[in-house]
Design a protein around this ligand. Structure first.
Ligand code: UDP
Ligand code: MG
Length: 335
C-alpha cells in the first residue's frame, strides 16, 4: 500500500467503481459531489463507470463527462448483466491502489469515502460501509432483507457483517483476491466476507435516491437471495437426508400402528382420503427435494460452461492507457 499518496506512474491512488443501470439523471450530480471529495483526500483518482446495458441516456451522459474530465472512464456492457457482474467488471478494470464501490444514485454519501480512505491508511484492507437505517427502502423489503440476513447467518458457511453492503473500499490485495474467484453466480457480499483481510465497518446513513426508482424488483431480489444462499451453503442439499430419514421413520411407525389396528379391530373402511393425502404430501416432498437438487445442478451447469462473466461493447478511456481485454473464462487478467 501507498502511504505517501504518490502512486506508481500511471496508476491512480484511488479508483471509484460505479455500477450504472439507467441512471442518466444521477450521473452529473454524482460526479459533482464525488470529484471535490476525491481531490481533497487522495493524490490521484479515477472514476470508473460500468454501464450495465442501460437503455436510457446514461452512455451519452458518460461520454460528455469523459470528454470534460478524462479521469472519468467508462466500460459499457453489451446488455444488462446485473449489478454483481458490473462490480466484478469494475474490479477487473480499476487500476487504483484501492478501489471504492459506490451506487450511482447518491444513496451512498460520497463524503464517507474520506473515512474509508483514513481507515485504509491505517492499514485496513476491507473497509465496508454499514447502513445505519434502511428507511430508504419499503417496509416489506426491509423485513425481507432482515429475514434473509438471519437465514444466511444460520445457513451460510460465511458470516456477513450486519448491514454491510457494496459501499466499501478494497485494498489492491483484496481486489486481486476477488478477481481470482471465477464464480459466475456472484454474491459479492458473501465473497467480501469470504476473502477476509483486515476489515472494519464504517457506519453511514443511507440517503434517498437522487432520481429514478430502484432497479431491483422483488423477483430480482429473490433470485439474488437464492444465489447468495446456494453459493455459500450446502445445507439445503444435506437437509433432505434428515427429512427423508424422519419421514421413513414416521412411516414405519404408521405401518406398525396399522398392523396392530388390523389384528385387533379387523380391516376398516378403506382409507381413501388418508391415502390421497399422504401420496400428495410425499410427492410434494420429493418434488421439493428434486427442485433443490435442480437448483444446485443448474448452478454447476452455469459454472462449467465457463462463459465470460460479461461482454464489453464500448470503452471510454484515454488512449494512452492500456485497455484490459474481456476477461478470459478461466483466469481473469491481473495486471
Ligand atoms: N444496478 C446495476 N445493474 C442492475 C441493477 C442496478 O448496475 O441490474 C446499479 C444501479 O444503477 C445503482 C446500483 O446498482 O447504481 C444500486 O441499484 P439500486 O439503487 O436500484 O438498488 P437499491 O439501492 O434499491 O438496492
Ligand atoms: Mg439505490
Amino acid at each position: 500500500m501507498n502511504m505517501s499518496g504518490a502512486s506508481p506512474k500511471g496508476t491512480p491512488e484511488l479508483s471509484v467503481v460505479v455500477p450504472v443501470y439507467n441512471e442518466a439523471d444521477n450521473l452529473e450530480a454524482l460526479v459533482a459531489r464525488l470529484v471535490p471529495v476525491l481531490e481533497r483526500i487522495v493524490a490521484s483518482h479515477e472514476i470508473l463507470f460500468i454501464d450495465d446495458g442501460s437503455s436510457d441516456d446514461s452512455m451519452a451522459r458518460l461520454r460528455e463527462i469523459h470528454a470534460r474530465d478524462p479521469r472519468c472512464r467508462a466500460v459499457s456492457f453489451s446488455r444488462n448483466f446485473g449489478k454483481e457482474i458490473a462490480i466484478a467488471a469494475g474490479l477487473d478494470h480499476a487500476r487504483g491502489q484501492a478501489v471504492v464501490i459506490i451506487d450511482a444514485d447518491l444513496q451512498h454519501p460520497p463524503e464517507v469515502i474520506e473515512t474509508f480512505v483514513a481507515r485504509w491508511r491505517e492499514g485496513y484492507k476491507n473497509v465496508y460501509g454499514t447502513r445505519i437505517d434502511r428507511n430508504a427502502d419499503s417496509p416489506l423489503r426491509r423485513m425481507l432483507t432482515r429475514r434473509f440476513y438471519s437465514l444466511f447467518e444460520s445457513f451460510g458457511e460465511t458470516g456477513l457483517p450486519n448491514g454491510a453492503g457494496d459501499f466499501r473500499l478494497l485494498d489492491r490485495q483484496a481486489v486481486e483476491a476477488l478477481k481470482s474467484m471465477g464464480e459466475r453466480a456472484r454474491f459479492s457480499k458473501g465473497l467480501y466476507a469470504w476473502i477476509g483481510f483486515k476489515s472494519i465497518g464504517v457506519p453511514f446513513e443511507v440517503a434517498e435516491r437522487h432520481s429514478g426508482t430502484t432497479k431491483f424488483s422483488y423477483g430480482k431480489l429473490t433470485r439474488f437471495a437464492l444465489d447468495g444462499l446456494m453459493s455459500f451453503s450446502t445445507l439445503p442439499l444435506k437437509v433432505w437426508t434428515y427429512i427423508g430419514l424422519a419421514v421413513s421413520a414416521f412411516s414405519l411407525l404408521a405401518a406398525f400402528y396399522y398392523i396392530l389396528q388390523t389384528i385387533f379391530h379387523g380391516i376398516d373402511v378403506p382409507g381413501y382420503a388418508s391415502l390421497i393425502v399422504s401420496i400428495m404430501f410425499f410427492a410434494g416432498v420429493q418434488m421439493l427435494s428434486l427442485g433443490i437438487l435442480g437448483e444446485y445442478i443448474g448452478r454447476i451447469f452455469a459454472e462449467v460452461k465457463r462463459r465470460p462473466l460479461y461482454l464489453v461493447a464500448e470503452r471510454l478511456e484515454d488512449k494512452a492507457s492500456v485497455a484490459p481485454v474481456n476477461p478470459t473464462p478461466v483466469t481473469r487478467v491481473s495486471a
